[in-house]
Design a protein around this ligand. Structure first.
Ligand SMILES: N[C@@H](CCC(=O)N[C@@H](CS)C(=O)NCC(=O)O)C(=O)O
Length: 253
């Protein structure tokens, strides 16, 4: 059996979710990381359609959705702890679905709303772990790429404002859930719910432990820095930061 291959846009938060889950389960994989738009060719070649993460499993199956990748990872005979532990699995799945639907697109639109108008910031986001040749030709395709991304994800003032509302609603629910001081969202171990929430909240809090280095907050415009500080100070943002700090790279036991 071949080693599974995870096709990604390196800095994508849905890809971080899949990467984190595979690492948590201790499933060996290689990452085939790309810049946006450059990901289409390898994805199509592998039999995929449009979005990443997509996992090409050792037996040649392509799984093209982050939640399906987590379900697959959970079903493998791997040494890492379960992502959907018995007893809380349904609750974990319901939270994961909510975060996938309401949080991921909103934090992405909010972050791109700040990043896309700043070509240098977009380049700083794009650089880590992207293939050199893609990064080198980025200045040539960057205006087109940014225009397509703006259109495809409806990144405009009204869309960003709606996304702020969605982030606020999800953050309020998570804050209420963790207000009793619990360590994890469901049960007493890290689950797919925590990974999904933390990974999809990441663009709004920029955790230093993210799987691919993000540009530090100081590189963002002042207005973005102020919002970032508020998101980090929010109990749900602080929870996401703690998940990254304590759980993203746990010391080998
Ligand atoms: N529901 C999908 C969403 C994944 C997704 O939106 N991926 C984005 C990157 S963050 C993507 O591939 N966008 C490229 C495009 O839409 O062309 C999942 O959970 O895997």
């Amino acid at each position: 059996m071949a080693t599974p291959r995870l096709i990604t846009i390196t800095f994508s938060h849905y890809c971080e979710k899949a990467r984190w889950a595979l690492e948590r389960r201790q499933i060996p994989f290689v990452e085939d990381g790309h810049l946006p738009l450059f990901h289409y060719l390898p994805l199509r070649r592998a039999g995929g359609r449009r979005t990443v993460p997509a996992l090409l499993t050792g037996d040649g199956r392509l799984i093209g959705d982050s939640s399906e990748i987590l379900a697959w990872a959970d079903a493998q005979p791997a040494p890492g702890p379960a992502l959907y532990p018995e007893g809380v699995a349904d609750e974990v799945r319901a939270l994961e679905e909510r975060f996938d639907r309401d949080l991921g697109p909103a934090t992405r639109r909010w972050a791109y709303g700040h990043v896309l108008p700043k070509p240098a910031l977009f380049r700083a986001l794009a650089e880590p772990r992207s293939p050199r040749w893609e990064y080198r030709v980025l200045p040539l395709v960057s205006p087109l790429a940014r225009a397509l991304m703006r259109k495809g994800m409806r990144i405009d003032a009204a869309g960003v404002e709606r996304s702020r509302g969605k982030i606020a609603a999800v953050f309020a629910d998570v804050a209420e859930r963790v207000a009793d001081g619990r360590r994890y969202l469901c049960g007493d171990t890290l689950t797919a719910a925590d990974i999904t929430f933390a990974a999809l909240a990441a663009p709004a809090v920029i955790p230093p432990e993210y799987g691919v280095p993000f540009p530090p907050p100081e590189r963002f415009p002042a207005a973005a820095q102020a919002e970032l500080a508020d998101y980090r100070a929010h109990p749900a943002g602080a929870f996401a930061m703690r998940m990254f700090r304590e759980e993203r790279w746990p010391a080998a036991s």
